[in-house]
Design a protein around this ligand. Structure first.
Ligand code: ATP
Ligand code: MG
Length: 436
């Protein structure tokens, strides 16, 4: 059944760019629509991350129509139009030719694709809420075209596969994880046949590359939707597939979810107001919270097998877990603190570690330490010594490994509020002791 409703088009540069691309294509006789996530987001009043366009025009025709086009995946019929939006600014719009996917023999990607009509293009997509098209047929409005019942599902709060769920998950097993991600993000209930297929096919996730799995998990655990996402991973039987050892220790991830809940509350109430810096420590912190006191988790083969984190993320998980293991913080109070405490607190990942510690021990002093740390001036955390290695040489000492210990001793003095002269004395004492 074709349902049709209208949505308001926001007056943002990415939206204007995509609408201009659709209208240009239509003016030249090609069927074209806004498609996928942007239509879904506009329907529920969220601001779309990006706007995608789908069209009957072939990549070659798109190339001829626009002045600036990058060929990103021509074999899949995808090009990127660099659309001017005024004031010399440019917005990138992905334009994909309608296609139908061929057979999926590896459970990951189609063996071939062929260009097709709008309807077939919708039918190859994963979930009904992602299978909507919109025609920007009025100045600031678009008419939604729905061949799959996506509007009804959105209204009913339901996540449902387009077509036969067993078949659809069999084509691309990554969809097994996309389901809880979208359901958690939009607060949807996974429709029974879709949920049953996920439960039955969960183990086939093994066919998917660790990188794609990590990208999905990162998105679902980092969008502020970690709690419903974890509940769904358990409910849909995916948690034991993704984190077998974690589930073996904590069936139903009950403890992990409780810790996660505490961590999120602590983040929201703490000095950063829950406003996580996106990239570096968001996923590492969540994984450290999930690990609880199991600091060996990142070293296990299972961790590497399901979570191919990039090097810096992996190091960050290890670092946060190491910090949580070495937490000998005194009763919270104004600085200066003992040098070992100051060194712990000035670690860039200490805030994440404090949140992880709070998650496991909410009665501990972690919140107070987060406040103290946030108010700690950088000049006190990274004090100026007033001298360096060159100066030690100028004082007549021969360069060697003791320089490091001398500078560390001097820094200890400064971290505890000592004067530069005392820091120098501490450095000299180390170097002199080394001479004898
Ligand atoms: P997000 O806001 O997270 O970007 P999105 O819906 O835009 O959500 P994308 O991963 O950017 O999701 O994909 C764009 C569209 O392409 C989806 O809305 C869906 O129609 C289709 N799609 C993406 N990945 C798949 C997949 N693995 N299987 C089937 N269709 C997919
Ligand atoms: Mg998208």
């Amino acid at each position: 059944m074709t349902d049709s409703v209208t949505v308001q088009l926001p007056d943002s540069a990415p939206c204007r760019a995509a609408v201009a691309v659709v209208r240009t294509l239509r003016a030249h006789g090609h069927v074209a629509f806004l498609v996928g996530g942007c239509v879904r987001d506009l329907l529920i009043g969220r601001s779309p991350k990006d706007y995608d366009v789908a069209t009957a025009a072939r990549p070659k025709q798109v190339l001829r129509l626009f002045a600036d086009v990058v060929q990103v995946g021509v074999s899949f019929g995808v090009v990127r139009v660099r659309q001017p939006v005024g004031d010399g600014d440019i917005c990138d719009v992905e334009v994909a030719t309608f296609r139908a996917d061929g057979k999926y023999s590896d459970g990951r990607r189609p063996d071939s694709v062929r260009f097709a009509g709008a309807r077939q293009d919708v039918l190859r997509r994963d979930f009904t809420i992602n299978g909507l098209l919109a025609d920007p047929d009025r100045r600031d409005m678009a008419t939604v075209c729905d061949w799959v019942g996506g509007i009804d599902d959105l209204r009913a709060g339901r996540l449902r596969c387009i077509g036969d769920p067993v078949e659809r998950f069999g084509e691309d097993a990554l969809r097994l994880l996309r389901a809880p991600r979208f359901a958690a993000r939009f607060g949807l209930v996974v429709e029974p046949a879709t949920a049953a297929a996920i439960r039955a096919l969960g183990p086939t996730l093994a066919k998917v590359s660790a990188e794609r799995i990590t990208a999905e998990l990162t998105a679902m655990l980092g969008e502020g939707t970690a709690l419903p996402a974890l509940a769904l991973l358990v409910d849909l039987g995916l948690a034991p597939v993704v984190w077998p050892e974690l589930v073996a220790m904590d069936p139903g991830l009950r403890e992990a979810r409780l810790r996660c809940e505490r961590a999120l509350a602590e983040l929201a109430a703490g000095p950063t107001g829950g406003d996580l810096p996106r990239a570096s420590w968001q996923i590492p912190m969540t994984l450290a919270v999930l690990a609880g006191s199991d600091r060996a988790w990142p070293e296990r083969p299972e961790f590497a097998a399901t979570l191919r984190l990039n090097r810096s993320e992996f190091q960050a998980v290890r670092r946060i877990l190491a910090l949580t293991g070495a937490s000998a913080l005194p009763v919270p109070g104004p600085g200066p603190w003992p040098a070992a405490v100051a060194r712990w607190l000035r670690d860039p990942l200490a805030d994440a570690a404090l949140v992880a510690l709070h998650a496991g021990d909410p009665a501990g002093p972690w919140s107070q330490w987060r406040q103290l740390r946030a108010a700690w001036p950088a000049a006190a955390a990274f004090p100026d010594l007033g001298f360096g290695g060159d100066d030690l040489r100028a004082w007549g000492y021969a360069a060697g490994p003791s320089f490091r210990s001398a500078l560390a001793a001097a820094e200890d003095v400064r971290l505890q509020g000592g004067a530069t002269a005392d820091a120098e004395a501490a450095a000299r004492a180390v170097l002199d002791a080394n001479l004898t």
